[in-house]
Design a protein around this ligand. Structure first.
Ligand code: ATP
Ligand code: LTN
Length: 328
C-alpha cells in the first residue's frame, strides 16, 4: 500500500513564489509516489475576516493554481475543506485534548494575533487544531510544507500520540516534509521576514500571476546586502535569497550560478533573474487561464467524494473509541 500525503493552502491573497517553492512544487514531485490529498483550506481562511464574494472566487482560483502547478486530478485527490464536515467535527474532539499552553506557544498565533490575545479571534488561536484534524483524518504519513508550518506539524504529532495513548492506536503519526532548499523564501523588501501574501508591501512578494513587467520591477527594486559579488553567504540573506530563487528557477546549482555571475554586478544578476522568473511562470500562467469554472467544480466534487469516504471512516473510529454514540 502507498503511504499518504496531505497538504493544503489557504484561499486568501495571491499565491507567491514562496508558496510554490516551499510547498506546491513538492506536492507535484511527490504526488505519484504517495496516495495524495491536496486541500483548499477555506475554513482556515476565515480565521481572519474575509469578504464572502472574494473568498468564493479565491477558492476556485486556488484550484486553478494547484492544477497549473502540475497537480494531476487523475492522480491526486483535490478538494475543498468545507465539503467534508468531518474536518470541523474532528477539530472539536482534538480541541478537547489540546492545552491552552501549547496553543499559546504557536508563533503564527503570536504573529497574526499581533501579540494581543485579548483581541485576537478564538479561531486564530485554534487554527493549528483544525490543521491537525485535516492531517489526521486521512491517516497521513507525510505533510509537505514550508518551514513556517513546522511547529504546527509538531502539534499534530503530539495530538495524534496523545489520542493513541489514551484510546488505543487510531491515528498515523505524521512526519513533516520540509525541503532542504526553498522552505523559507524571504521577502524581497525585508529579508528578515518570509515572503508572505499578507504582507502590506506587495513589492516583497512575486505572485505567481504577476505580469512580466511587474516581476521585473519587483526584482529590480529588491533590497540587496552591502557588497557587490553574487555569492551565497548566510551573513548576506538578501542576495542569498535571490540566488536561491535563481537556482530553483533555472535548475543551475548554487555553485554554477555563482560561477556564471562571477565578475558581474547586482544589476546584471537581477536582469537575468527577472528573465528566468518570467520564463518559468509563463507556461504556468497560460495553464492557469485554461480551466473553466465547470471543469474545476467537477474536479473538486470528485475529490470531495473520494476524501469523504476516508474522513468518515476515521471519525467513526474516533467516536467509537471514545464512547460517543448517537441514537440514530
Ligand atoms: P502567507 O504567510 O504568505 O500568508 P500562509 O502560510 O498563510 O502564507 P498558505 O497559503 O496557507 O499561506 O501556505 C501554503 C504553503 O506555503 C505552506 O506550506 C507554507 O509553509 C508555504 N509557505 C508560505 N510562505 C512561504 C515562504 N515564504 N517560503 C516557503 N514556503 C512558504
Ligand atoms: N496552515 C497551513 C495551511 C494548512 C495545511 C493543513 C498545511 C491547513 N491545513 C494541513 C498542511 C496540512 C498554512 O500553510 N498556513
Amino acid at each position: 500500500m502507498k503511504k499518504r500525503i496531505f497538504s493544503g493552502a489557504q484561499p486568501t491573497g495571491q499565491l507567491h513564489l514562496g508558496n510554490y517553492l516551499g510547498a506546491l512544487k513538492n506536492w507535484v514531485a511527490l504526488q505519484n509516489e504517495y496516495e495524495s490529498f491536496f486541500c483548499i483550506v477555506n475554513l482556515h481562511a476565515i480565521t481572519l475576516p474575509q469578504d464572502p464574494q472574494v473568498l468564493r472566487q479565491k477558492t476556485l482560483d486556488l484550484a486553478r493554481i494547484y492544477l497549473a502547478a502540475g497537480l494531476d486530478p487523475e492522480v491526486s485527490t483535490i478538494f475543498i475543506q468545507s465539503d467534508i464536515a468531518e474536518h470541523a467535527e474532528l477539530t472539536w474532539v482534538l480541541s478537547c485534548s489540546s492545552r491552552m499552553g501549547e496553543l499559546e506557544r504557536m508563533t503564527q498565533f503570536k504573529d497574526k494575533g499581533k501579540g494581543n490575545s485579548e483581541r485576537a479571534g478564538v479561531g486564530l488561536f485554534t487554527y493549528p487544531v483544525l490543521m491537525a484534524a485535516d492531517i489526521l483524518l486521512y491517516q497521513t504519513h507525510l505533510v509537505p510544507v514550508g518551514k513556517d508550518q513546522k511547529q504546527h506539524l509538531e502539534l499534530a504529532r503530539d495530538l495524534a500520540e496523545r489520542f493513541n495513548r489514551d484510546f488505543g492506536r487510531t491515528f498515523v503519526v505524521p512526519d513533516p516534509f520540509i525541503p532542504p532548499v526553498g522552505a523559507n523564501i524571504l521577502s524581497l523588501q525585508e529579508p528578515a521576514k518570509k515572503m508572505s501574501k499578507s504582507d502590506e508591501n506587495p513589492n516583497g512578494a512575486i505572485f505567481l500571476l504577476d505580469d512580466p513587467d511587474t516581476i521585473t520591477k519587483k526584482i529590480k527594486r529588491a533590497v540587496t546586502d552591502s557588497g557587490t559579488t553574487v555569492e551565497y553567504d548566510e551573513a548576506r540573506p538578501a542576495i542569498s535569497n535571490l540566488l536561491t530563487i535563481y537556482h530553483l528557477m533555472t535548475g543551475r546549482t548554487i555553485e554554477e550560478s555563482q560561477a556564471h555571475f562571477e565578475g558581474r554586478g547586482y544589476g546584471h544578476f537581477k536582469a537575468e533573474l527577472a528573465e528566468a522568473v518570467v520564463e518559468f511562470l509563463k507556461p504556468f500562467q497560460e495553464k492557469a487561464q485554461s480551466y473553466t469554472d465547470d471543469e474545476l467544480n467537477r474536479i473538486l466534487k470528485a475529490g470531495a467524494e473520494k476524501a469523504r469516504v476516508i474522513a468518515r471512516e476515521t471519525l467513526r473510529d474516533v467516536y467509537a473509541k471514545m464512547g460517543i454514540v448517537g441514537a440514530v
